[in-house]
Design a protein around this ligand. Structure first.
Ligand SMILES: Nc1ncnc2c1ncn2[C@@H]1O[C@H](COP(=O)(O)OP(=O)(O)OP(=O)(O)O)[C@@H](O)[C@H]1O
Ligand SMILES: [Mg+2]
Length: 243
């Protein structure tokens, strides 16, 4: 949309995620490490972005700040136009619970719940109706091809299946923003490709913005945009070349 249309027509949607000059430091022994060093980044709604970079470059720190799990030392983090530091504890909890979906390298499924209950969990943690939550989980399990494992316990699933369940859980509450930290890090290449495809296709279908940290070049190529980090800074930001 052009600048003129934006000023004369309806206001443009705010970015799904925006960092303005964000710094996050940690004290490691006597040394102050800048996990993020004045990072500015804007990710449009609906965009599928991969974050790449060496170990320790600040990728997880960036996701944790976006999720509202961690707080910047300086600068501002906006999710869908809301500045997180301006939200009180209750609003931040709602923000995390209702508007963010997370996918982790080690799945983080609860062993005592069935696969379907795990997927429904973000809805059950809210004030959701249990029957509706489980029905919605059933639908998401269909979308990730896991209907046949709905009543199984997570430990009986393969790694790829566990991550498909985790992707279903990340999308079950229709979050605006899905944050995936190394979602393919523990999978073989075939399962990894499936997970990245699911994040791309389900993200698009559900209108979610997906930010995925990855060490995998193949995984990053599926994204529309690749942001490379080094020593807490963004050193490259490129549109991915279509395969
Ligand atoms: N809670 C913490 N306490 C102390 N230092 C931290 C903490 N979290 C991150 N760091 C440091 O901040 C820097 C960035 O860490 P971060 O976890 O963001 O890196 P990363 O890019 O995700 O790395 P990896 O690819 O290994 O997951 C590292 O030097 C790390 O040691
Ligand atoms: Mg990390």
């Amino acid at each position: 949309m052009s600048a003129e249309r934006r000023t004369s027509g309806t206001p443009a949607a705010p970015p799904a995620l925006e960092l303005r000059s964000v710094t996050r430091e940690f004290l490691l022994g006597s040394e102050l490490v800048k996990a993020l060093d004045t990072v500015s980044l804007s990710i449009a709604q609906g965009e599928f972005t991969a974050i790449v970079g060496r170990s320790g470059s600040g990728k997880s720190t960036l996701l944790n700040l976006a999720a509202g799990i961690d707080v910047a030392d300086s600068g501002q983090v906006f999710v869908a136009g809301r500045e997180l530091s301006r939200l009180d504890d209750d609003a931040l909890t709602i923000q995390r619970r209702e508007r963010i979906g997370m996918v982790y390298q080690f799945f983080h499924l609860l062993p005592t719940l069935t696969v379907r209950e795990n997927v429904a969990l973000p809805l059950l943690l809210g004030r959701g109706d249990e029957r509706k939550a489980l029905a919605r989980a059933t639908k998401l399990l269909e979308e990730v091809g896991l209907s046949h494992r709905a009543t199984a316990r997570p430990h009986t699933l393969s790694g790829g299946e566990m991550q498909r369940a985790a992707v279903a859980r990340a999308l079950v509450h229709a979050p605006a923003l899905v944050l995936a930290d190394e979602p393919t890090g523990n999978l073989d290449s075939r399962a990894a490709a499936q997970i990245v495809e699911l994040l791309a296709s389900l993200g698009a279908r559900h209108g979610a913005t997906v930010v995925m940290v990855t060490h995998s070049r193949e995984a990053a190529q599926v994204a529309q945009r690749i942001v490379e980090m080094s020593d807490g800074r963004v050193i490259a930001d490129t549109a991915a070349t279509p395969a």
